[in-house]
Write a protein that binds this ligand. Structure first.
Ligand code: SD4
Length: 341
């Protein structure tokens, strides 16, 4: 890439997307080897709304938003709304990235990660949890009933059972079949597209002006046994500051953890970025730091105290559902930085 083209990219990325000049320069520099040609597509399109507002990742967000609205629309709390909302995806056996029906790890075991955070800076999380259909509700119990933030594995299961959650088999016939097929060559290769990434992350602002967020997933399909992604990690998969806003991520968890994705988005909003700009900056930063960003997908969504929302992703295909007092429940395509070639 010649010098003037590079300078153009730097300028256009920083100008159009609100991405910091520093990150833009690092992304543009990567363009030499990665042939990024879509940097200028990042727009500063900004959706604003009147509270209550709820947004959630991917198409299953439509149903989840509807459920959340039963709470938000009646003056309920954003915390109840996000818990109820994401439970729809956890209970859906056809969603193979969340709850029951989730793809198993490489040993054929379905292990779940989830976390929840409220306006009071309280949070709860479970990771590497087996046999429980609604890990988000266990995460809420961790927040409300224990002095801790995070429980994992057998300890999380023991706590869940003590709290009255029932043990169930989460491996559906369809997911077991897919796993057996995968075993034929056992190649671990997370793929960039919707079918392989459908963790649900949900953010809500209620009538009283309080924010909450939730995130729940079965994680990367055929991961190593014991692997935990970004989704239950407060600060990576989800973060919230009721004075500012909140953000949630989906996609390759390792990349989100390495960049502390959600907390960075919130800090950027604190500095004056809109949610849209904050998401784009986080995505650009991940691209600038990852060795091979072209091979992975990350999507981030954010919501601020004023009801403005935003989203961004590395590759096309990432979208989120938006429902508010002034917007009917609908999908919004998030701007992306790469075209898949
Ligand atoms: C993980 N971030 O475990 C999750 C997976 C995901 O859409 O978001 N899939 O890495």
């Amino acid at each position: 890439m010649n010098q003037s083209r590079k300078q153009f990219l730097r300028k256009s990325v920083a100008g159009l997307a609100g991405i910091s000049a520093f990150t833009a320069a690092k992304v543009a520099a990567k363009g030499d080897s990665l042939a990024i040609n879509e940097l200028t597509q990042m727009s500063s399109h900004q959706v604003s709304s009147v509270k209550p507002v709820v947004i959630s990742t991917w198409i299953h967000g439509i149903l989840a938003n509807e459920e959340a609205w039963k709470v938000l629309g009646n003056g309920g709390t954003s915390l109840d709304a996000v818990e109820l909302g994401v439970k729809t995806a956890e209970a859906d056996p056809t969603n193979q990235s969340v709850g029951v029906g989730g793809f198993p790890d490489r040993e054929g075991r379905v292990t779940l990660d989830a976390c929840i955070m409220n306006h009071d800076q309280q949070c709860g999380s479970v990771a590497f949890l087996e046999h429980i259909v609604h890990p988000i509700s266990v995460a809420r119990k961790v927040m409300e009933e224990t002095p801790h933030v995070m429980l994992v594995g057998k300890g999380a299961l023991q706590f869940a059972e003590e709290q009255g959650f029932k043990r169930e088999n989460l491996l559906t016939e369809a997911s077991e079949k897919a796993w057996r097929k995968w075993l034929e060559d056992s190649r671990y290769a997370p793929v960039i597209n919707v079918e392989n990434h459908d963790t649900i992350g949900m953010l809500a602002l209620d009538e009283s002006g309080n924010l909450s967020g939730a995130c729940t997933t079965s994680g990367a399909a055929y991961k190593m046994h014991g692997r935990v992604g970004d989704s239950p990690i407060i600060g990576a998969g989800l973060y919230l500051d009721n004075d500012v806003g909140c953000a949630v991520a989906t996609g390759l968890g390792e990349a989100v953890i390495r960049s502390a994705g959600a907390s960075v988005a919130v800090e950027l909003m604190r500095q004056g970025y809109t949610p849209q700009q904050a998401c784009e900056e986080v995505v650009a930063r991940i691209i600038s730091k990852e060795k091979d960003p072209k091979s992975l997908q990350v999507g981030v969504i954010a919501l601020n105290k004023q009801g403005q929302v935003g989203g961004g992703a590395i590759h096309p295909g990432f979208n989120y559902a938006l429902l508010s007092k002034e917007h009917e429940n609908r999908m919004v395509d998030a701007p992306h930085l790469f075209e898949i070639k």
